[in-house]
Design a protein around this ligand. Sequence first.
Ligand code: ZN
Length: 184
Amino acid sequence: MPFGTTEYSFHLDNIFFKNIDGEEFHKGNVDVELTVKKTSNTHEFNFNINGVIQILCDRCLDEMEFPISTQARLFVKFGKEFSEESDEIVIIPEDEGEINIAWFLYEFIALEIPMKHVHAPGKCNKAMSSKLKKHITRSADDNEDSGGISDEDFLDDVNLGVDEDVEEKTDPRWDELKKLIDNN
Ligand SMILES: [Zn+2]
């Protein structure tokens, strides 16, 4: 890659987020505009991230849409071994000369999720809310038991939105990305 600025755009879809397999969320439709500015020893990545992700409502545990609109910056430098110097500076080994942008993208988006997130008033799944209330009451009654978490009846009823048939596969778009900062 020559010195100067190069622009890229990516679309992150459900398959991308499923493959990332992060803890905070698993679904979304997000557009990323990326500008890579290369100088003699640094790559400056500027991300413009816009879209919608699916997260679980704290109150009813149903999925809810959460809009994402954020910008992030990453300085990538070559060094002896991989290290994150700060939120914005990453050192990658010179002989590898590549970085997995996918995980950074996931983290940039996950950072936008507030601690507490619930549906707008009246939009919660009512069946789920009342089931939860009942469950909480029941757990409090018999806390001699191992606790509410292992209550199988309850877990069967909760749709956590996780598909079982997740396959291990790599997304060819990210193979392309890895080549972006090939130092050779
Ligand atoms: Zn809700």
